[in-house]
Design a protein around this ligand. Structure first.
Ligand SMILES: C[S@@+](CC[C@H](N)C(=O)[O-])C[C@H]1O[C@@H](n2cnc3c(N)ncnc32)[C@H](O)[C@@H]1O
Length: 285
């Protein structure tokens, strides 16, 4: 039997979730503004630098890098993400690839090594994180800088589940083991330091960043925005696939209303604002 490609399950999962992610890009970008700002500041971007965005999604950091005059390259394992990023940031080069296993300079069409590697929540999904960060370092020039945002623990991040409560009462969603590929894979800073140092990075710094994720867009209270993100998440997609076909319209509508109720309860001053707990990780190649 042929061996499965590393990260095959993640590749499939992200390929399936790409359209939902892209559809909610404005909402997510608005909520993640403080995280984006922190990564950009930590990366010390500047004109003429060659920048790699790992797990670039629909291209938020790429757009910011190009605005700052960088020569920006994005890599993402999900074709739908890479296509969206390329359309959004024509001035960048975006490739479909696995940052753990692909030759990243070859994906970028050759050229010099990267001066900067950035990522907003794109580096927690590797089956072998040490191999992945080693592969990324191999494409980075000596002295080049890594700046990435990764989530702290699920307990500190109600954003992972807000609005999912009523869905989770009706479906089974496997929760990943600590450290397994997924949003909290790099939540333990001791492990993250070991991974990066094991991959040859130096001057590793892991700093906590506490943010408020604001879902209110264009003056809204953020409830519909947050519901849209919840339904596009892994839990939301499993719930929609399993429950929607067998639920009468009224029952499905009641389930969504229960999800809204849970989200409404999280409003602060009338707007859905969720605390977020992030690590900003920097290191030198
Ligand atoms: C949480 S999303 C973040 C997307 C984007 N950085 C943002 O903040 O909007 C994680 C991204 O990492 C990508 N990804 C996951 N595993 C990857 C891998 N091994 N190589 C490259 N990209 C990967 C996913 O396809 C997805 O686009």
């Amino acid at each position: 039997m042929a061996m499965a490609e590393p990260n095959e399950e993640m590749r499939r999962g992200w390929a399936e979730s790409a359209s939902g992610w892209v559809a909610n890009e404005r909402i997510v970008d608005h909520a993640f503004v403080p995280v984006t700002g922190a990564v950009l500041e930590a990366a010390q971007l500047g004109p003429t630098l060659r920048v790699l965005d790992v797990g670039c999604g629909s291209g938020t950091l790429l757009a910011a890098a190009v605005e700052r005059g960088a020569d920006a390259v994005g890599v993402d394992i999900a074709p739908g993400m890479a296509e969206a990023a390329q359309a959004r940031v024509p001035g960048a080069l975006v490739a479909v690839g696995d940052a753990q296993t692909d030759d990243l300079l070859a994906l970028a069409g050759g050229g010099p090594a990267f001066d900067r590697v950035v990522s907003r929540f794109g580096v927690m999904f590797f089956s072998d994180p040490t191999a992945a960060f080693g592969n990324i370092r191999a494409a980075t020039s000596p002295g080049g800088r890594l700046a990435a945002a990764v989530w702290r623990s699920a307990e500190e991040n109600p954003v992972f589940t807000l609005g999912s409560g009523p869905l989770l009462e009706r479906i089974e969603v496997p929760s990943p083991a600590p450290g397994a590929p997924g949003p909290t894979a790099l939540a333990d800073p001791t492990r993250t330091r070991g991974v990066l140092e094991g991959a040859g990075w130096t001057a590793v710094e892991i700093s906590p960043l506490d943010v408020t994720l604001d879902y209110g867009l264009d003056g809204s209270d953020g409830v519909e925005e947050r519901l849209a993100v919840t339904l596009a998440s892994g839990t939301g997609r499993i719930a929609t696939a399993q429950l929607r076909p067998r639920m009468p319209d009224a029952e499905w509508a009641a389930l969504l209303e229960a999800a809204r109720e849970e989200i409404r309860a999280a409003r602060v001053d009338g707007v859905v604002r969720i605390p977020g707990a992030v690590w900003v990780v920097t290191a030198t190649a």
